[in-house]
Design a protein around this ligand. Structure first.
Ligand code: DGL
Length: 280
């Protein structure tokens, strides 16, 4: 058919976080579902979100979701617990029907809480998360729906994200603040046998958290849980799956300087990253 070229369709899976943390989720998505195209957006210029109000987290998250839609995304994953806790429900229920009824936005709390109860024998779990996620009570509410007999203990760790974003993982400061919050969680109950790193930044502190937690406590990170959850979701939604482009392309956007993003991003993603600046 000379002269007729097929339109190039680019419909990546959008992956959003306030900063770098969502790259720990993207890494697992790419491992589990390598065939899809992915477009990552880090709102580094306005990170961290963890101590911001509902209104601000909602406003920023919606703006980033719209930016990802305008780049061709049919599906966006909020790879940020704070945004999942504070903005997801309003975006799904109020905004999507008006701005993009056929597009989908998913979060990271639901897939985690759906499985969590299967890991605990004592029926007592701990959640480490940002102030915003803890005060939203999203983990407590969601876990109750799936596992009403599981007791949830939460510990907000407001210094962990700034330490990670500033690459202070090996310093005495990180050790001090990790030990402090681990102890504060354990003071709430001696019976916890499973803890969730309920912030997508925290996998970078996993070895330090392990050092301060008793050996019998199992640590859950979200990357592979979210990736398996998405695989399952796409199988159940072939109409959406068929719209996603599959050229194994990875694109990265940041709202801050791309040079600085690229310098830090590989620590989270495990590979060299070349990003572009996106002005919102
Ligand atoms: N990575 C985000 C989360 O999962 C939070 C980081 C922030 O405070 O911006 O909650």
């Amino acid at each position: 058919m000379l002269g007729i070229s097929k339109p190039i369709t680019y419909s990546p899976i959008g992956v959003f976080d306030s900063g770098y943390g969502g790259l720990t989720v993207l890494k697992e998505l790419v491992n589990t579902l390598p065939q899809y195209d992915y477009l990552y957006l880090g709102d580094n210029a306005r990170a961290p979100y963890g101590s911001r109000s509902y209104e601000t987290v909602y406003e920023y998250t919606l703006e980033c979701v719209k930016a990802l839609f305008s780049q061709g995304c049919e599906l966006v994953i909020l790879a940020c617990n704070t945004a999942s806790a504070k903005a997801l429900r309003t975006i799904q229920q109020k905004d999507l029907p008006l701005i993009a009824p056929n597009k989908r936005v998913l979060g990271v709390i639901r897939p985690t809480t759906e499985l969590l109860g299967n890991f605990t024998k004592t029926k007592e779990v701990g959640i480490f998360a940002t102030n915003g996620t803890v005060s939203s009570q999203s983990y407590v509410i969601e876990i109750k729906k799936f596992f009403p007999d599981v007791k949830v203990f939460q510990e907000a760790c407001p210094m962990w994200v700034p330490l990670i974003e500033n690459n202070e993982l090996d310093g005495v400061g990180a050790n001090y603040f990790v030990e402090k919050h681990v102890q504060k969680l354990l003071q709430q109950s001696q019976n916890i046998d499973t803890v969730v790193l309920g912030c997508t930044h925290y996998p970078l502190l996993k070895s330090l958290i392990e050092k301060h937690l008793p050996k019998n406590i199992h640590i859950l990170t979200q990357g592979s849980i979210v990736a398996n959850g998405l695989q399952d979701y796409l199988l159940r939604h072939p109409e959406l799956e068929s719209l996603l482009s599959k050229n194994s392309k990875r694109d990265f956007f940041t709202t801050d300087s791309s040079e600085s993003f690229d310098t830090h991003a590989s620590l989270f993603y495990g590979q060299i990253v070349e990003s572009k600046h996106l002005a919102l």
